[in-house]
Design a protein. Structure first.
Length: 359
């Protein structure tokens, strides 16, 4: 992943006029060629990522570029190719497991396609900040943008996607005419809830994510719908903030209710907090309470007991978002909505209710 920035060489003690001129315009391709002892054409081939340059020569040119602070003229390259070979990513939080895994997949897929990635994190996603991010990306000359909203911002008419820039949205709604790539949140929540019901639990309590989250809303809606289809009235959703601490706090509340035998948490971290609460309250997992998470953290199988959870394929979400965006950049018509399937990972945190329980 790369962030656009300007850099200038350390020019030493050369002639003052020459020093001023070079500082003003920056190092040229000819400067790099002289430093590396190659032709300007060779420098051009390296700058454009062409493969017909020997590795030793390529390394010499790259070392010269780094030493002089040379940056290829992206505008000139774009005139030749019609592409800046750069993709912007706007994210509203870097703190969640899913977002970081998705960002990693986006950067990997973009790199394999020969694109760099410019990241703009927005901790305060107001209308002005969103518009400013679009403007910044245009100035940095990107070919398209991936936007990870994780909120209902696009429900507001005053926050709109750029009409003159190819865009893909992850984890939010985007309205008609825009492409969305996301995990099948409804399927995942249904798999979790059905698993607990099929074990024999007659009620499933839900620790939901924040009510501002698009994915949390869809998981809660699917959980409720699955219960209602089974003839069960859903209890109130208890909202956490994705953290283990919030899951622990809600787990203490649920664990004191002897009727609670099955919990579906909207992510693994809140499930972990709920498991801690049950241990402290002396309620055994899964003998007294079964718990299902969502995400399948790398550590989920090492929880005690190992956590039954819903696996999201973040790699596929990131890869498909880049594929979708590149189709738009190329002028093709990509699929508007791409839903990535989930998978139930059954481990030791779930079991049938203890014999004799009527819940």
């Amino acid at each position: 992943m790369t962030l656009s920035h300007s850099s200038f060489p350390d020019l030493g003690d050369g002639n003052a006029a020459s020093h001023h001129a070079r500082t003003t315009r920056g190092p040229s391709m000819a400067d790099v060629a002289r430093e590396a002892g190659v032709s300007s054409q060779t420098v051009s081939r390296v700058a454009n990522g062409l493969s017909n340059v020997e590795e030793t020569t390529k390394k010499r040119v790259l070392d010269a570029m780094q030493k002089l602070g040379y940056r290829p003229n992206r505008a000139a390259r774009a005139l030749k190719s019609g592409r800046f070979k750069s993709i912007g990513v706007i994210m509203f939080t870097l703190s969640t497991f899913g977002n970081m895994r998705t960002l990693d997949a986006i950067a990997t897929a973009a790199s394999r396609a020969g694109y760099s990635v410019t990241l703009i994190p927005l901790t305060d996603p107001t209308t002005g900040k969103v518009s400013g991010a679009y403007h910044q990306l245009r100035e940095q000359q990107v070919d398209g943008v991936v936007i990870i909203f994780e909120a209902h911002l696009l429900d507001h008419a005053d926050i709109a996607l750029p009409e003159d820039l190819p865009a893909v949205v992850i984890d939010s709604n985007a309205g008609s005419g825009y492409s969305v790539v996301d995990t099948d949140q409804h399927q995942g929540a249904r798999l979790a809830t059905e698993h607990l019901l099929e074990l024999g639990h007659r009620q499933v309590w839900h620790i939901g994510g924040p009510d501002s989250s698009f994915s949390a809303l869809h998981r809660a809606e699917s959980w409720k719908q699955t219960l209602e289809e089974a003839g069960i009235k859903a209890p109130e959703v208890l909202h956490g903030d994705w953290s283990a601490e919030s899951g622990y706090r809600i787990g203490l509340e649920l664990g004191k209710n002897p009727a609670v035998s099955a919990i579906f948490a909207a992510n693994d971290q809140m499930a972990l907090g709920a498991m801690r609460a049950m241990h402290e309250l002396g309620r055994a997992i899964p003998e007294d309470v079964s718990i299902v998470g969502f995400d399948d953290l790398e550590e989920a199988a090492s929880f005690w007991p190992p956590l039954t959870t819903i696996r999201q394929d973040f790699h596929a979400v990131g890869r498909l978002s880049i594929e979708n965006l590149l189709h738009q950049i190329a002028g093709d018509t990509p699929a508007r909505d791409v839903s990535v399937p989930t998978r139930l990972m059954v481990r030791k945190s779930t079991a049938p209710p203890a014999p004799g329980r009527s819940v």
